[in-house]
Design a protein. Structure first.
Length: 156
């Protein structure tokens, strides 16, 4: 993929910095980050859910932070979670730390998170303020005024 230079646009626009930063980040791959796998579902008109497979992590090893339209989910395994006196012969369940970031649209709020059966569910809702919602404008018709220009001209 070719790199696009947005610097000329920075000079001629105001308030679009975040847009250009997002476009720049789309052009650069995330280093092919695939862990942990996740789904994004639409659960209602303005409701969404992110489901992440975080097998082996407990709720105190996962942190979720929403800041400036970015949702960050971090997982850090604590040392010594294996049983005392046991030795792991084969490790198929990933125990590495992770950090996954999601770009949120404007007015998307995080409602809550739940860890159930090795899946982390993060519920989101889009709350558009009333002043930003489309509104219907009523059209009124003006009363018709009959002009009698010819009648006034004939009277003079």
């Amino acid at each position: 993929m070719r790199h696009v230079d947005f610097s000329p646009l920075y000079r001629s626009t105001v308030g679009f910095d975040r847009l250009f930063t997002m476009l720049d980040s789309l052009a650069q791959p995330d280093g092919a980050q695939t862990y942990p796998p996740y789904n994004i579902e639409k659960t209602g008109d303005d409701a969404y859910r992110i489901s992440m497979a975080v097998a082996g992590f407990s709720d105190d090893e996962i942190s979720i932070e929403a800041h400036r339209n970015v949702l960050t989910v971090k997982g850090e395994r604590k040392e010594g979670t294996e049983g005392e006196g046991s030795e792991v012969l084969y490790r198929g369940i990933a125990s590495r730390s992770f950090e996954r970031r999601f770009q949120l649209a404007d007015h998307v709020d995080v409602l809550g998170a739940e860890l159930k059966n090795g899946l982390l569910f993060v519920d989101l809702k889009r709350n558009i303020p009333e002043e930003l919602k489309p509104r219907k404008i009523a059209i009124t018709s003006a009363p018709a005024k009959a002009k009698q220009i010819e009648a006034k001209a004939a009277a003079h």
